[in-house]
Design a protein around this ligand. Structure first.
Ligand SMILES: [Zn+2]
Length: 286
């Protein structure tokens, strides 16, 4: 069973879908959604038009055991499965109906390590760019689909919520709000939902947010069988310079920054075959 909650304004407008806990150990989204739901329900944030639907816990099976996923990563298999072989495939199929009904998707995530929060912006159309830039985040990360199109990452599957929504003509972004249970992350997620509602005109007041900085993904390193270690206690979006050693494989090989840019989403305890860390270059705007 998946719980969803909707509010409809009395005038026509866009339909925003907000999802939390696509990964079951990310408690930030459900907590932020509960706060905004209460604000709307109590009349503190009245919906003037359109519709908003909240799915606080998108993967209830994983959420029940506070794990990222039970059998398969929901954010890698997000599609309709005619003959689902596991719980996440059944969940993905059910959630596709919900996504199909919306115009905009805001998918709320959080991460294991402390670090700077950001918006994943996969697509470059003006509607997506404006949506991503008005959520109140300090960074926008772009270039993810191109990264996963490269040969280096060909062993990894796509199939995430944003890609599915985009394939159905929706505008969608994923936000990473900070460390799973930190109050700052929950507060940012809460502000982000309110900013999305304002940006789309569903609630009153103009969105007052600063323009984020953009970093474009260019490399991913997957933990190899032999193992390895990160060479510093990297935090998300730490700046690095060309040639700077980032990590070392068990056989001594150094992995270095290909150019000036930023370390993205380092995972100290990645297991073999899992995404270990990413590198991105800073996009300089004219
Ligand atoms: Zn996640």
């Amino acid at each position: 069973m998946i719980a969803s909650y909707s509010f409809a304004g009395l005038k026509p407008g866009p339909h925003l879908l907000v999802m939390g806990a696509v990964h079951g150990d990310e408690l930030c989204g459900p907590r932020a959604i509960e706060r905004v739901r209460a604000e709307i329900r109590d009349g503190r944030l009245p919906l003037e038009c359109g519709r908003v639907t909240f799915v606080p816990v998108a993967n209830p099976a994983a959420y029940a055991v506070r794990r990222r996923y039970v059998e398969k990563n929901l954010n890698r298999i997000f599609a309709r499965h005619e003959a689902p072989s596991c719980e996440e495939e059944r969940i993905a199929t059910a959630l596709c109906d919900v996504v199909d009904s919306c115009d905009y998707l805001l998918d709320i995530h959080s991460f294991h390590t402390p670090g700077v929060p950001f918006v994943f912006r996969d697509y470059t159309d003006a509607t997506t760019v404006a949506f991503a830039e008005n959520l109140g985040f300090p960074y926008v990360l772009s270039g993810w689909p191109e990264l996963y199109g490269t040969e280096a990452a060909s062993g990894l599957n796509m199939g995430d919520t944003v890609q599915y929504a985009h394939s159905q003509g929706k505008t969608a972004v994923l936000v990473e709000c900070g460390q799973h249970e930190e109050e700052a992350a929950v507060a940012l997620a809460e502000a982000c939902i309110a900013n999305a509602l304002r940006h789309l005109g569903l609630v009153g007041g103009g969105a007052q947010v600063e323009a984020p900085r953009e970093v474009r993904f260019s490399h991913v390193w997957v933990m190899p069988e032999q193992g390895g270690k990160l060479l510093r206690g990297w935090q998300n979006l730490d700046s690095v310079v060309a040639g700077e050693p980032l990590a070392q494989l068990a056989d001594g090989t150094l992995l270095v920054a290909p150019r000036d840019g930023a370390m993205i989403m380092p995972k100290q305890d990645a297991v073999a075959g899992e995404e270990w860390f990413y590198f991105g270059e800073t996009v300089v705007r004219a």
